[in-house]
Ligand binder design. Structure first.
Ligand code: NDP
Ligand code: ZN
Length: 361
């Protein structure tokens, strides 16, 4: 079957034939429809994140997928059902794994999981994928085009859930949310937080940080979602509070290492910042005493968050249902066939989110 891979020693993707997946007794065979590309894929290609499956000279890329059940293989799923796979799997050496057993693979420490398309396992950028039914989330037929966004949205759902959980010991009435970053993850976070939904309608005012000149499609999206664009070159995160208002919730999606610390100052008393960015090593100067004091005296919290579990995928499915069609059309700037994968991965400043389409329903 056709697959998009990174070969050991290469710096760009390859489109090649690979063996069809081996369908184990527990596995469902899925025909791939679309697989999204994100910054993590670029880090895997660049070698700064992830790693090859044991004994392989190549890795099939991709972890944001939507597919259709080709062979349910005795599971409860029906042939033709649309599904989204989760990313983490137990390591191949087996043994018991309490994190997976209790449905919390997203909380497993490094070394006690592999990630499909990222670390130690092949990804989903191939015509077919085999995986156990327990790692497949059924989605409606209408999700063939944009269902691959459920994986990144689920990362945001988890971050928000963990942030809200840190504020659950007292009566917290947040009104303002500030998303740092106007990449795909940041824009999806703005779309989630500006939704009219029980968990989110508490956020009456939304802001999103970028560092781009107008006109820019991401700024247009931010404003059309009803949020305010904040340019970090004019209003750094540390000056946000004075320029706008203290933020009750901050979702960091820049990977800019100073932002978590600047966010402490941008937060309102009792506020919380959820951190999603994954920077390389990066040394900064900061007044640790002032930030430490502010965290304590104003009951603020910083919480890091990675990956997501099945309930968070399900919540992401609901969030995606509520997202306006125009937003999804503007966010996904390129749909490429597998042969054009190198183009889909190219650095293009006008692109927001690109996707490889293997098949349609
Ligand atoms: P991108 O790199 O595409 O987006 C980051 C955005 O932040 C860019 O648009 C960039 O602007 C903007 N930005 C960076 N620094 C600044 C700054 N100083 N001021 C204003 N804007 C800034 O990444 P993604 O959206 O795909 O992901 C965001 C982060 O989340 C990444 O670090 C990624 O690795 C991480 N991630 C984490 C996950 C998790 O589970 N924790 C899951 C997926 C991703 P510009 O484009 O103009 O440079
Ligand atoms: Zn990702």
């Amino acid at each position: 079957m056709k697959a998009v891979t990174i070969e050991q020693g290469d710096t760009g993707v390859t489109v090649r034939e690979v063996p069809d997946p081996v369908v184990g007794p527990e596995d469902v065979l899925v025909r791939t429809l679309r697989v999204g590309i994100d910054g993590t894929d670029h880090e895997v290609i660049g070698g700064s994140h992830g790693g090859y499956p044991a004994g392989e000279t190549y890795q099939i890329l991709g972890h944001e997928a939507i597919g259709v059940v080709e062979d349910p293989n005795g599971s409860d799923l029906q042939q033709g059902q649309l599904v989204v796979p989760t990313v983490r799997r137990p390591p191949p050496d087996g043994g018991t794994n309490a994190y997976f057993d209790r449905g919390e693979p997203d909380m497993a420490p490094d070394g006690s999981y592999v990630e499909r398309g990222i670390v130690g396992a092949h990804g989903f950028m191939s015509e077919y994928v085999a995986t156990p039914a327990e790692f497949l989330v059924p989605v409606p037929d209408s999700f063939a085009e944009y269902g691959f966004l459920i994986e990144p949205i689920s990362n945001i759902e988890k971050a928000i859930e963990h942030a809200l959980a840190t504020r659950s010991a007292f009566e917290w009435t947040p009104e303002s949310a500030f998303v740092l970053g106007n990449g795909p993850l940041g824009l999806l976070a703005v779309a989630v937080l500006t939704q009219d939904a029980p968990m989110y309608d508490q956020f009456e005012r939304g802001y999103c940080l970028g560092r781009r000149d107008r006109p820019d499609p991401t700024i247009e999206i931010i404003e059309r979602l009803g949020a305010t664009y904040v340019d970090s070159r004019e209003t750094p995160v540390s000056a946000f509070k004075a320029a706008h208002e203290p933020a009750d919730l901050i979702v960091e999606a820049t990977g800019y290492a100073a932002h978590p610390f600047e966010a402490i100052t941008a937060l309102a008393p009792n506020g919380v910042a959820a951190l999603l960015g994954i920077p390389d090593d990066w040394t900064i100067d900061l007044d640790a005493g002032r930030l430490h004091r502010e965290l304590v005296l104003e009951n603020k919290a910083l919480v890091g968050s990675v990956n997501s579990n099945i309930p968070q995928f399900e919540r992401a499915r609901d969030s995606l249902t509520r997202m306006p069609e125009w937003f999804l059309d503007e966010l996904v700037t390129g749909v490429f066939e597998p042969a054009a994968a190198p183009e889909a991965f190219a650095d293009d400043t006008d692109a927001i989110k690109t996707v490889i389409e293997f098949d349609t329903v």
